[in-house]
Design a protein around this ligand. Structure first.
Ligand SMILES: [Zn+2]
Length: 206
């Protein structure tokens, strides 16, 4: 009996040690975030994107950096950026995940002056970006999260300067709708919007 008890105690000790590891904490954070975004995407009818969202975070290039720079209070990308002067993990991430507006940054086609600008994003990725922002705001703000938090985060951020006017208009519409009318109505709207978008793409063979 005593032997079983001490074996159980040892196992619990090992489990606790693992829970304290930075890689484990990072893994829990990305799992929690992915699950939240997935739920939001499913509410919008984006099933494939809900499953595939942020999968590259589990690749060695991104995961090892996330685990090394894990801090709990802010993104490990920020810590890596300060340490190395660039973020290998973020550069890897944004080049593979189309729901990030930075994926769509390319040379200006209109002015042809060599400047980098945001290109028009497909609507399904704008909606996934919205789902991502809602989930991230909930995780960062926990108890003081309200339907206005994602909008406030967007308004205080710099990303709006890089967004293509069309993507900006659509994202802002969703964020304002969430702030004013709540989740139920906004996700139901996003689902209808995505259905219409799919029909449009089919009709135009895009
Ligand atoms: Zn992402």
């Amino acid at each position: 009996m005593n032997m079983i008890r001490s074996a159980k105690g040892k196992i619990n000790g090992v489990k606790e040690k693992i829970r304290q590891k930075k890689w484990y904490k990072h893994l829990s954070t990305i799992n929690e975030h992915k699950l939240e975004v997935g739920k939001n995407c499913f509410r919008c009818g984006l099933y494939k994107q809900g499953i595939l969202h942020d999968l590259s975070k589990y690749s060695w290039t991104e995961f090892s950096v996330g685990a090394k720079y894990y801090q709990g209070t802010r993104s490990p990308n920020e810590a890596e950026r300060e340490d190395k002067g660039y973020t290998s993990s973020w550069l890897h991430h944004k080049g593979r995940n189309k729901h990030h507006l930075e994926y769509w940054v390319d040379y200006d086609l209109v002015r042809k002056n060599g400047n980098l600008v945001g290109m028009k994003m497909p609507d399904n990725y704008i909606v996934e970006m919205f789902c991502d922002r809602v989930a991230a705001s909930k995780i960062y703000h926990r108890d003081d999260y309200t339907d206005r938090t994602p909008l406030d985060y967007y308004l205080h951020g710099k990303s709006k300067f890089l967004l293509h006017p069309y993507s900006r208009k659509k994202l802002e519409m969703l964020l304002y709708m969430l702030a004013e009318k709540g989740e139920e109505e906004t996700f139901a709207y996003a689902k209808r919007y995505m259905k219409a978008y799919r029909k449009y793409k089919k009709r135009h063979h895009i």
